[in-house]
Design a protein around this ligand. Sequence first.
Ligand code: GRF
Length: 192
Amino acid sequence: MEKSSGKKNTAVLISGRGSNLRSLIKYSKTKKSLIRIVLVVSDNLNAKGLIYANKSKINNIVIKYSNKKKFEDRLLKLLKRNNIDLICLAGFMKILSGSFIKKFYQPILNIHPSLLPKYKGLNTHNRAILSKDKYSGATVHIVKEKLDSGKIILQKKVKILKSDSVKSLEKKVLKIEHKIYPKAIIKLLASG
Ligand code: GRF
């Protein structure tokens, strides 16, 4: 794999829609991008996001998830073969094991649709609305073994209006996600 440009060889892991993948691809095509997306991996054959990888001619692979160990062994081999320096989880719905994180050794980022440490896990928008929170938002963080608990790289808030539904809040937060994921990558890589 060619590394001379100094850009980090990046793998994006998805399970579904892929709107964050699309925003990362867009960023990776900018002149000043610090990453080159060389691989997209999905655990779901029907992930819509695979369309974006194909459109941009990015090598993409579906690894069927039969069990964690088999999946992670195959994934690790693939990452090594492609000289991957950075993993970006983008709507990837499986939890990576501590042993995988240790073996991969390079940074793994995730984007989460809440103001962590609030609302780890699923249904974040519903939980924020039910708790009558004034703000929600999105967080990019380093992936550690404990779910949604690694160091926060970047976070941005949005106001929750009385009129907001789960759907409208999701839409607002997603808009922010697409902006902060590339910014978080720049922040992480610029800090060495
Ligand atoms: C996003 O809300 C992200 O924060 C969460 O899963 C969703 C993925 O959306 N981890 P998309 O597949 O990137 O459109």
